[in-house]
Design a protein around this ligand. Structure first.
Ligand SMILES: Nc1ncnc2c1ncn2[C@@H]1O[C@H](COP(=O)(O)OP(=O)(O)OP(=O)(O)O)[C@@H](O)[C@H]1O
Length: 291
């Protein structure tokens, strides 16, 4: 049967280290039931964003469904931004911080139902030095942990705990100046989080006022915590303590590291050491299919 309703499924074969055959089977079945004409693209890790842009321009799908981890979801969102399709998400990565934070189903049949259904929300993004963040980015302690974990040899919870101890030993607070249209804050900090959403993949809720569709992002400015409290936060055993944490909702901000360059990560990907960051909200960046 020929259908005008087209859907492009983008699958990252290595995400989460799981076999994707079941995803293909379930997606083929669900697309058939919903009378979508399904096309499939498997990522290679090389020029995927360009290939997806070309495919979307050529095939003109009304939906693009991505089966991958946060890295793949973010790449596909950026590739289809401004091109029209609604983005459906099948979270099959190792942490799936984005999907969990957005309240999307984690089982594949439920996620497919939402991805092919009628409901969607338009979510904001934050442009940071020209890069796009959909979830949580930060300068300081956690970015150093992301770097150490990426470079470390062990994976899983034990690897994370080992890198966390190393990071806690290495990290020192830094001086920062934060300039927003409303105020200038100069302070000593452990971490500054640029939060479009609410929770890290570990489940730590750092931004209770966060709303991904409200036209604002939050700066979560966390000052000193003792070793044990910091370890609890990083392992997801407690939420940030509001006594040492300030949250401001803004549309744009300049963050300058005053005493030295600092580690920076976007949505779980280590970027490098930076001197300053310009962050600005991009409203209604992409449409995400929801249940
Ligand atoms: N066919 C492929 N072979 C090897 N690497 C690939 C391939 N396709 C994509 N990649 C790489 O996969 C990475 C993105 O992985 P992604 O974040 O989706 O999965 P994950 O690491 O399992 O998930 P999570 O971020 O939830 O831990 C990118 O670095 C991309 O270059």
């Amino acid at each position: 049967m020929f259908s005008e309703r087209k859907v492009l499924l983008v699958v990252n074969p290595i995400s989460g280290g799981t076999d994707k055959d079941e995803i293909f089977e379930q997606a083929i079945e669900a697309a058939k039931n919903e009378e979508f004409d399904l096309r499939i693209y498997q990522t290679t890790g090389d020029r995927d964003a360009d290939q997806i842009c070309e495919l979307v321009d050529h095939v003109k799908p009304e939906r693009v469904i991505v089966a991958g981890g946060d890295g793949t979801i973010s790449m596909v969102a950026q590739a289809i931004h401004g091109r029209g399709p609604v983005l459906g998400i099948l979270p099959v990565g190792s942490a799936n911080g984005l999907a969990v934070d957005f309240g999307l189903p984690t089982s594949i049949p439920d996620a497919l139902k939402a991805a092919l259904g009628e409901n969607f929300v338009e979510i904001d993004a934050v442009s940071i030095n020209g890069e796009i963040s959909l979830h949580l980015s930060d300068v300081g302690l956690n970015a150093l942990l992301v770097k150490n974990y990426e470079q470390g040899e062990s994976r899983g919870k034990i690897g994370y705990a080992r890198e966390m101890l190393k990071t806690l030993g290495e990290h020192h607070n830094f001086e920062v100046r934060i300039t927003t249209p409303q105020e200038v804050i100069e302070t000593d900090v452990m971490i500054v989080i640029i939060a479009n959403a609410r929770k890290y993949g570990t489940g730590v809720s750092i931004n209770p006022v966060g709303n991904i569709s409200d036209g604002f992002f939050e700066l979560v400015i966390a000052r000193k915590l003792d070793f044990i409290e910091t370890a609890k936060v990083l392992t997801g055993n407690t939420d940030f303590n509001p006594e040492i944490m300030q949250i401001i909702s803004v549309k744009k901000a300049l963050i300058e590291c005053l005493d030295r360059d600092m580690h920076f990560q976007i949505d779980g990907e280590y970027i490098g050491e930076i001197k300053s960051l310009e962050a600005e909200i991009v409203e209604k960046y992409i449409k995400i299919a929801v249940p």
